[in-house]
Design a protein around this ligand. Sequence first.
Ligand code: PHB
Length: 393
Amino acid sequence: MTGKLRALLLGAAAAAAMAAAPAWAATVKVGVIGPFSGPFATAGQTFKQAVEVYQAMHGDSAGGNRIEFVYKDLDQANPAQSKALAQELIVKEKVQYLAGFFFTPDALAVAPLMDEAKVPCVIFNAATSAITEKSPLYVRTSFTLWQATVPLAQHVYKTGVRKVVTAVSDYGPGLDGEAAFKATFEKAGGQVVDSIRMPLKSTDFAPFMQRIRDSGAEAIYAFLPAGPTTLAFAKAFADNGLKDKIKFFGPGDITQEPDLPALGDAAVGITTAFHYSRAHESDLNRAFVAKHKEKFGNADTVTFTSVGAYDGTHLIYKMVEATGGKPDGAKAVEAVKGLSWESPRGPLKLDPDSRTVVQNVYLRVTERVDGQLQNTEKETFAAQPDYGYKLGK
Ligand code: PHB
């Protein structure tokens, strides 16, 4: 065989191999860290289901690259374990993106690894403002406590309430919520009469109920991480007879949809400010909820962490498109700064500075509609930024 003929044959073989190969050029891996077991397992489940819903609605490739998700279970706030899992994902699984993160300390713990490996991280939930200040490679599609709390505190003042007690879990998002409420409410002319901080792992809220009662406040602002904690707190509030005496306000974690059936009447009348309600009236939200029903038999888990993951997946697709599937963390993040898109929650824009989404915050009241509890949106505070980003810096 002449050299020319061999080259021709090899060329033909290569062309045939290419034709037989799937349409995508490469597989881009995304490592998702979240609670898939333990008391907060519903949150991890919402991450995974929403990623699958996004892929069902938009396909499993971006810019000719197949996107593959790898999941790692982190059942609680545990920064050392979070770092170990991220390391394993980057080194062994060769993921190009990190994503997920329910608890703030777990998201914060991976910043040094991200910077070293130049791997972006898309936060599906963790909501303390300072996180995105710790690495230029974080982007966040959830919300921040400052974002939800500033318009809520203004609303509380407008209702005529003047004395409020705050009660928060004693860690990042709780302290942000406490600070945002106090700063906004006192600037308006109100007074925070007591600021209660509860250990993150508290399960018995009875002692705090006594302190809330004794505070003399007309209303409470409360934040705890959504799940068994919020459920136990809201139940204790009702069971201790405080519901008729003290008006209940907070970000929407406290009345997240998966917990409403167990909360029952304890949830009725709670007023929250939040970025997502399953009852949000839009075609895209109806399609989003319907796709969960179609794929998983029901939409019982759909909540704010679902849209965090759905929109986070959208950003990952856009970053993969912009980099042609090649690892270039800085270019990927640059490409999505300022991006606008429609989410099941409403319009979104990724703020180029804070790298957190600018979004509508809705004032909602938990009520029964056709026998089912839901968070009904009553008012829209349009295009809210992360008020806590680089605050005082
Ligand atoms: C957080 O740790 O940042 C966090 C956890 C659960 C929430 C909100 C924020 O519901």
